[in-house]
Design a protein around this ligand. Structure first.
Ligand SMILES: CC(C)(COP(=O)(O)OP(=O)(O)OC[C@H]1O[C@@H](n2cnc3c(N)ncnc32)[C@H](O)[C@@H]1OP(=O)(O)O)[C@@H](O)C(=O)NCCC(=O)NCCS
Length: 368
């Protein structure tokens, strides 16, 4: 039997400044009850540093968790749709910061499906013998693309980073099957036109063209159907059924989407991991952050069958079925922290609110 790709390390980096539902009530016509009932989200994070800083810390934590040194890595793969700049890639910047001198590095953009797509790539590379130890990081600084006076989009998204180390193994563990797909004809249902979160992220474009746009109900339906169908295909490829799954770790888009997809798969909520309440939708970062939280919370046991499933802009989707390895605790802990900040959420959102203000001259002013 050939090598498989197994998770051996996990970590995350959650920026400290929160944007709560109460804060959003001051920004647009919404209320806490509506947001909680429709999405399951209570709070999301707004980063005071670049996404690359979040990614670096999540990556260092995952490496410590795996007990590896940066020189051990063959590849660093970063899933993101909000890179700091376009070139060099976030992955190349992380390679330099970590001193991972033996690692290749590239970014991958499949929006919220980015971590699943990355895992699919890594699985192929490990199974073919091209790589043995890989750091995959999902990171987003999505607040740049949010118009916080547009209640239909701004309630969902947050910033953060999660990281996972995959290693080659001969053991009876690791990725069992992969399903990834896309339908570009539905790409118009979710669009962000701006490029790069550093400096002037808006590239001289008018505000109506840079804010994240989506057709909420259309995306909702595509998501529920897409996740359930993709997960079913991945399970079939692994020769398993929904009954065999110990834990689903889905992309944290909306609690109702997750619940509806799980119902279609006939998987009860006890077997579905959710941490959306405090983090919101962090796109490519959501699954690796959830893996990290699930592992740290003792939700993953040796040999557990784990189903990762996601959908996102593109439209893209993907699912991974894997068997968790023997180790359920981190080998080590990286003690580093993000630089401290005194900034309030209002400080961090100031330029954003100013940029989008021309679209909301008819609305009452923001109540800070
Ligand atoms: C955005 C989303 C939460 C909206 O939930 P929904 O149940 O579909 O709500 P609707 O869009 O049908 O809106 C229902 C009503 O609530 C209102 N509403 C919308 N946002 C609101 C808010 N933040 N607060 C209060 N009311 C709101 C609407 O205007 C509408 O009012 P109306 O009936 O008077 O027209 C949901 O569609 C969703 O999560 N879609 C998927 C988006 C997503 O996950 N994208 C990223 C994918 S990775």
């Amino acid at each position: 039997m050939g090598k498989k790709a197994v998770v051996t390390g996990w970590g995350k980096c959650v920026p400290p400044v929160a944007l709560t539902n109460a804060d959003l009530e001051r920004l647009c016509e919404t209320d806490n009850d509506w947001i909680v009932e429709r999405t399951g989200i209570h709070s999301r994070r707004i980063s005071h540093v670049e996404g690359t800083d979040l990614a670096e810390l999540a990556g260092r934590r995952a490496l410590a968790s795996a007990g590896l040194e940066p020189e051990d890595l063959d590849l660093i793969l970063v899933a993101t749709c909000t890179p700091e700049i376009l070139c060099p890639s976030v992955a190349a910047m992380i390679q330099e910061r970590l001193g991972a001198v033996n690692a290749a590095a590239f970014d991958l953009n499949a929006a919220c499906s980015g971590f699943v797509y990355s895992t699919a790539n890594v699985t192929g590379m490990i199974e073919s013998g091209f790589a043995e130890r890989v750091l995959v990081i999902g990171v987003e600084k999505l607040h740049i693309a949010m118009d916080y006076r547009d209640r239909s989009t701004c309630i969902l998204f947050g910033d953060g980073a999660g990281a996972t180390v995959y290693e080659a193994t001969d053991a009876d563990a690791g990725v069992l099957s992969v399903d990834i797909g896309a339908d570009g004809s539905k790409g118009h249902t979710m669009v962000v036109q701006a490029m790069g979160t550093k400096g002037d992220p808006y590239w001289g474009k008018p505000p109506e063209e840079t804010r994240l746009y989506f057709e909420g109900q259309a995306v909702f339906k595509i998501a529920v159907q897409g996740i359930a169908a993709s997960a079913a295909r991945a399970l079939e490829r692994a020769g398993l059924t929904a009954e065999d799954v110990d834990l689903v770790i889905p992309h944290q888009a909306n609690a109702r989407i997750i619940d509806a997809a799980a119902r279609r798969l006939d998987i009860e909520s006890e077997r579905v991991f959710m941490n959306i309440q405090d983090l919101g939708n962090t796109a490519a970062a959501s699954i690796p952050m959830a893996i990290s939280d699930a592992a740290d919370a003792g939700r993953l046991k040796p040999g557990d069958v784990v189903l990762l499933t996601a959908f996102g802009g593109g439209i893209t989707w993907g699912s991974i079925v894997m068997k968790w390895g023997d180790r359920v605790e981190s080998v080590g802990v990286h003690e580093g922290e993000l630089p401290a900040t005194d900034a309030t959420v209002w400080d961090l959102l100031e330029s954003n609110l100013e940029f989008y203000a021309p679209l909301h001259e008819d609305q009452p002013p923001v109540r800070r």
